[in-house]
Design a protein around this ligand. Structure first.
Ligand code: NAG
Ligand code: NAG
Ligand code: NAG
Ligand code: NAG
Ligand code: NAG
Ligand code: NAG
Length: 338
């Protein structure tokens, strides 16, 4: 039998009446079981708490950061000077093994480093590999100046970025709700300066319409974006070699994704056009078209007007068929001019 030991260990774990480890442990367990339980709980908490409060939220935020958001449909309708109706369909993609539910939240939309132009309400969504999120609501502009800048960018860009920013809570089964930031850069196709716009089926009308229109035709507008835009009654200014020659009206203009062909009626100075054709000996006139007004329910939509008037489209328009339509032989006209 070992001699009785002194010291801390023996004070903490005094030997039992019977010698041997078995007795010691039995004794120790009887007297100090609560102390060990506490120790185990403390160690467990030291390991688990950072996981629950640091590692998991960090992973949740990381996975949100790593997810992508793309807009597949954006419909703008019922525009007014203060707001519009918006339908936005987007797809969030994530490769995370977590599939939490994100609470509904308010997000801002802005251009890079600018104040938001809109706030939208994003509905609750379950994060899957691919999640479709549909926002449909009437929105008021957060800043009309910023929304004007946004429209100018849409008009002038082949591609542009919109910054969506918000904060929400994620719910994962078995864990408490975690707050995450939801900041996404959304890259979208724009109207690309209305490149490819054309005027076809041009006809001179001998008896002007109610509003004085003496030229009608179709306008071909390609829209490479996913946006449907209700622009109202749109008036464009027409110029020939820098000289204004009239205006063109497109009633209730709605530009849908893809190719659009809409009717146009125009009040054109026919004398100016004829003089030009004769002087240049060509039936093809270089027509400059630039936006003038966008009127919806009698109200000017300045944010669309600024965008439309910031962009000039040059169309090489063959007026030969239109002149032939009223019995003018362009070959003879030009021949007579020389
Ligand atoms: C998430 O992205 C933001 C920037 O938007 C960054 O500040 C943050 O550190 C990122 N968090 C994680 C966990 O990756
Ligand atoms: C515009 O339309 C006319 C008539 O359809 C066509 O001949 C011409 O090639 C078109 N121009 C462009 C640039 O597409
Ligand atoms: C039409 O154009 C002709 C020739 O350029 C010009 O003399 C005339 O004043 C114009 N008419 C109108 C109404 O602008
Ligand atoms: C729009 O057209 C009207 C009348 O034709 C003109 O007075 C006005 O200056 C034009 N506005 C722009 C922005 O071109
Ligand atoms: C466009 O103008 C016509 C009248 O020419 C009007 O009946 C129609 O309501 C207008 N459209 C819009 C969207 O305001
Ligand atoms: C136009 O005039 C030319 C020359 O005078 C003639 O050869 C041609 O047949 C005429 N075209 C039409 C469509 O009348």
């Amino acid at each position: 039998m070992a001699p009785r030991k002194r010291g801390v260990m023996n004070t903490l774990y005094p030997p039992g009446k019977k010698p041997g480890a078995g007795g010691r442990i039995k004794n120790h367990c009887r007297k100090f079981w609560w102390c060990d339980c506490l120790l185990i709980v403390i160690i467990a908490l030291i390991i688990l708490l950072p996981i629950i409060f640091v590692a998991i939220p960090k992973k949740a935020q990381h996975d949100i950061n790593a997810s992508t958001l793309s807009v597949t449909q954006q419909d703008i309708s019922s525009p007014s000077p203060e707001g519009l109706h918006l339908k936005l369909v987007s797809v969030a993609k994530s490769s995370s093994s977590f599939h939490p539910t994100l609470e509904a939240f308010r997000a801002s939309l802005s251009l890079k480093d600018q104040d938001p132009f809109l706030y939208i309400q994003i509905p609750e969504a379950k994060a899957d590999a691919e999640t479709t999120i549909t926002v449909e609501q009437d929105v008021k502009f957060a800043s009309k100046d910023q929304f004007t800048n946004y429209n100018k960018l849409v008009m002038s860009s082949e591609e542009f970025n919109v910054y969506l920013s918000g904060s929400t809570k994620v719910h994962q089964k078995g864990l408490q709700a975690m707050t995450v930031d939801y900041n996404k850069v959304i890259t979208m196709k724009g109207l690309n300066k209305l490149k490819g716009l054309n005027i076809t089926d041009l006809k001179l009308v001998t008896t002007p319409l109610d509003d004085g229109s003496n030229l009608i035709g179709n306008v071909f507008i390609p829209n490479p974006s996913v946006m449907t835009l209700s622009l109202g009654n749109v008036t464009m200014n027409l110029a020939l070699d820098g000289t204004p020659i009239g205006t063109a009206l497109m009633k209730d203009l709605v530009i849908k994704p893809g190719d659009n062909t809409v009717q146009m009626q125009s009040i054109t100075n026919q004398t100016a056009v004829l003089n030009y054709v004769i002087a240049k000996k060509s039936a093809v006139i270089p027509l400059d078209i630039v936006g003038n007004s966008s009127i919806y329910n009698g109200e000017h939509l300045t944010y669309f007007e600024s965008a439309l008037s910031s962009n000039t489209v040059r169309v090489d328009l063959n007026v030969g068929p239109a002149l032939a339509g009223i019995g003018l032989n362009i070959t003879k006209l030009i021949g007579g001019g020389s």
